[in-house]
Ligand binder design. Sequence first.
Ligand SMILES: [Zn+2]
Length: 178
Amino acid sequence: MSRARRSNDWGFPRWRGYGSSRETTNVRLCDRHGCDEPGDCPAPKSPNSPERWYFCQKHAAEYNSKWDYFEGLEKAEAEARAKAERAESAAYAESAHYGWAGSGDGSRSADEMRALEVLELEADADFAAVKKAYRAKAKEVHPDVKPGDEEAAKQFQALQLAYDVLRMAEERREWRGE
Ligand SMILES: [Zn+2]
């Protein structure tokens, strides 16, 4: 009888006792730092996670009482991470998660639509319009114009990224003779 199997039917927040099997198996110690009590109360490391902490009853109760607190922390961490990722140039790979739809006729990808939105252009904008909008907007937030302005630097990056996405899409279309 493995611990993993025993914990399969265990649902938070109901603790499940193990009965007498504890005496005959190697006793796992409580995962709480510095605690030498047997850790026989599994607790999910995060909601819906198959990974478990194993605490003694006292620390299980403590963990249980802080559940929302831990969950909040994880959420904040996840949000901070997502924010950092969005700031990176690879962020457009995530665009599908934010519900960006492609254009109606399917000629534009979701990334292109997002890029057009950044440049405040319509779906049917041609590349000359893209260039023009990019230059005008980039000029406003260029690091030379707004040195040390973090918000402007982010906008500048977003504009560059949007332009790159559209430029590459344009090149692909030209290559295919469209
Ligand atoms: Zn403990």
